[in-house]
Ligand binder design. Structure first.
Ligand code: BTN
Length: 280
């Protein structure tokens, strides 16, 4: 198994980072003590950070990439991660609890990312359950949280990919109808270093209150969640079922009632949720 330095050396920026600059990221971090490593290109910041977690990287290690060649999304999907336009970021946390006490982690990351965007741009995105940041009906960011199994310790990788500088023609045709960027929504040029720093600071604050502030976080999640109060289509194993999404459980499950009157707590990782009239 490689040690931490060998993993970092493999990813050292050899190529252009399209102006994304680690010194500028650091200059915006204030007193946040987390360590940020910037790379021009990696396969997946989540995959790399998982390797580093396994060989003992400390909590608060953050990897940021200008682009990813093998970006990963939920449900085994790939996540397109072109250079110069987005921030692809993974952070390692080591909460003092059993992995089973972290069912709400993805919700906490989503609320933290809404905070980060609001702090940096003055508008608050919504959350499409469970892990997409959306605004004006378009997806701005996706979140992939992964647990790392280590004896006697809980470690988690929280990975976020956020669209920053794209305009509509920059998106691949297959996602153009429902993808958006911070620049499109704010109508301004976007400094990715500032976005990355805002994300790191929000994740640091999230980590501090992850266990003690769960109830308040879930209240914020329920306010931000645009899926609530909507008819939804649940896609699982090729089967589509329609229901009404009315709540979020204490573990982050989506509470859905069905036409026959029964209710189910739908766990993320199991299903894909769509509105009946489009992406939301
Ligand atoms: C999704 O939309 O399904 C989740 C996308 C998560 C993408 C981020 S980009 C940084 C980190 N590295 C990855 O490979 N995935 C996450």
């Amino acid at each position: 198994m490689m040690d931490i330095d060998a993993i970092l050396e493999q990813m050292r920026p050899r190529l252009d980072t399209h102006g994304l600059d680690s010194r500028i990221i650091r200059s915006h971090l204030g007193d946040c003590p987390w360590r940020v490593y910037l790379f021009s290109e990696v396969d997946s910041t989540n995959t790399r950070l998982k390797e580093m977690a396994k060989v003992g990287s400390p909590a608060g290690t953050v990897l940021v990439a200008d682009r990813q060649t093998g970006g990963r999304g939920r449900l085994g999907r790939s996540f397109l991660s072109p250079g110069g336009v987005g921030v692809y970021l993974s952070a390692l946390i080591r909460p003092d609890c059993a992995p089973t006490a972290l069912m709400h982690l993805t919700c906490a990351v989503a609320v933290a990312m809404c905070d980060a965007v609001e702090n940096a741009f003055g508008f608050r995105p919504g959350i499409k359950w469970t892990n997409d940041l959306v605004s004006r009906g378009r997806k701005l960011a996706g979140i992939l949280t992964e647990l790392v199994t280590q004896p006697g310790q809980t470690a988690a990788i929280v990975g976020i990919g956020i669209n920053c500088c794209q305009q509509l023609p920059d998106f691949d045709p297959e996602i153009r109808d429902f993808a958006g960027s911070l620049s499109m929504i704010s109508g301004t040029d976007v400094d990715r270093a500032r976005v990355a720093a805002a994300m790191v600071k929000a994740l640091y604050r999230m980590d501090e209150t992850l266990l003690s502030g769960k109830d308040a976080m879930l209240e914020a999640y329920r306010r931000d969640c645009v899926t609530l109060g909507k008819e939804v289509a649940l896609l699982r194993d090729g089967e589509i079922r329609r229901g009404y999404a009315w709540g979020i459980g204490s573990d982050g499950a989506l509470l859905v009632s069905f036409p026959d009157g029964h209710t189910e707590a739908v766990q993320s990782g199991e299903v894909s949720v769509r509105g009946l009239y489009g992406y939301l």
